[in-house]
Design a protein around this ligand. Sequence first.
Ligand SMILES: [Zn+2]
Length: 121
Amino acid sequence: MKQRGFRYCSTCQTKLQKWSKTAAGTPRWRCPKYAKTQTRKRTDLTKGLLLEQFVNWLLGKQSQEELTGSANAARSWRNQVAWCWDIIPKPELTGEIYPIILIDGLRVGSLVNLIARRLRM
Ligand SMILES: [Zn+2]
């Protein structure tokens, strides 16, 4: 069974041994069964950081060019975070009940974004 904190071979699922580092400093892992080494990129970390950056940009005041430093970098950043637009946010159920709520609609392309707010009393 897989344990947290260990790396496993993508081919045979054997526990990998840490095997020095590459010239770039990325840890190298060795499969003891096939004596092959491999390096892995933590795509989950990269994706997490990109999502955080995307949300900060989306809710912030910085332009993409200010965020990345140049128009070219902004273009590649847009490609890197394109998948973020496909995430459907799941609002948390709070269980709060109000006697009156105001609902407003905002047309975005072919979709409508509904904004609800409660009255302050
Ligand atoms: Zn293996």
